[in-house]
Design a protein around this ligand. Structure first.
Ligand SMILES: [Zn+2]
Length: 333
């Protein structure tokens, strides 16, 4: 207790611990968002990334959310890739962070002629701006029309082989298990905050007790068959359902998606628990920010402070938000 304050009588300040050591380095620690769809966001959202210290990002262009026709054709996927290529440099020049691309074939909707887009993918992967193949990975059920599991797996494996040829990592969209809802919404309205027409989901093509985990196991097998080393696989949307498997039985990287915690229940506490248990060496965080979702461009910056509050060391936070993604994604930094 100190009595140096000239206040009339003691205030809280009289009793405070003077030796508190706050992690001011976190105010300026650079960070990378290794999985977002920032090219679909507003200018203001991309500016928010820059204002909060983002040094690099991978803008993933593969999602069926942005292809109007269902089922999807190869030419629709090519359009998405070309759109991202078209605008990437302008985004980088406006906001100064390093903006790279992820190009892939998503399996959330069946693609009628996947070979046509896979045969073009090789040339795209030679581009300097392409840092990652994905997001991809088998999914238990599709939008509008189911896609046979063997066909999905073949498309995933083919992309992994192309990634390996070009020494690129692959981003998996490992399916999340949703936290229990307090109450269901009217089924005809779907989930507010996720702009996706409800009622168009198909029957699952992966059975069993835990299809979300089974999907990741199938993806890891596909990587083996493609000759892609496990350490070149980034399991985005890592969660409590798949962390133990990925950490204990594989060498994959785990990227926890925290930009829409309200939807999937994964937040800084989940990440802190994983760091406590397994160390920071194979852990990253991403936002998955996209215009079809209620997402937060500040999510990584907020999580950096929150991880510290949860007891994580600032050096480990830096490893997770900067060192790991810089190395794994091959960004300049
Ligand atoms: Zn995504």
């Amino acid at each position: 207790m100190t009595d140096t304050h000239p206040t009339t009588r003691p205030t809280d300040a009289t009793y405070l611990d003077e030796d508190l050591d706050l992690p001011t380095e976190l105010l300026n620690t650079p960070w990378i968002d290794g999985h977002n769809h920032a090219h679909t966001l507003s200018y203001e959202d991309r500016e928010r990334y820059a204002l909060s210290g983002c040094a690099g990002m991978v803008m993933v262009s593969s999602g069926y959310h942005w292809t109007p026709y269902k089922p999807v054709r190869a030419s629709d996927i090519r359009y998405l890739w070309d759109d991202a290529i078209n605008r990437r440099a302008a985004i980088e020049r406006n906001h100064f962070f390093e903006a790279k691309l992820g190009l892939g074939v998503h399996t959330g909707v069946r693609i009628e002629d996947p070979d046509a887009v896979l045969s073009a993918m090789d040339e795209y992967c030679e581009l300097d701006e392409v840092a990652v193949v994905g997001e991809t990975g088998v999914t238990p059920s599709q939008h509008v029309e189911a896609w046979d599991l063997d066909e999905q797996r073949a498309v995933v494996e083919a992309q992994m082989a192309i990634a390996d040829d070009h020494d690129l990592p692959v981003i998996l969209h490992t399916p999340n298990t949703s936290p229990p809802a307090k109450r269901s919404y009217r089924p005809e309205l779907g989930t507010p905050g996720y702009e996706k027409n409800p009622g168009l989901g198909t029957e699952p093509v992966i059975d069993g007790d835990n299809p979300a985990l089974e999907a990741v196991r199938i993806d890891v097998e596909a990587a083996h068959d493609a000759g892609l080393p496990e350490e070149r696989v980034i399991a985005s949307h890592a969660d409590e359902n798949n962390t133990a498997y990925l950490m204990e039985e594989t060498d994959c990287y785990l990227s926890y998606t925290i930009g829409h915690s309200w939807l999937v229940g994964v937040d800084a506490a989940t990440v802190a628990d994983a760091i406590d248990e397994y160390g920071p060496e194979r852990i990253m965080i991403d936002t998955d920010c996209a215009n079809v979702l209620r997402t937060d461009p500040y999510a990584i910056k907020r999580a950096m402070f929150e991880l510290y509050r949860y007891g994580i060391d600032p050096d480990d936070i830096r490893t997770v938000v900067w060192e790991n993604p810089k190395r794994v994604l091959g960004l300049d930094g």
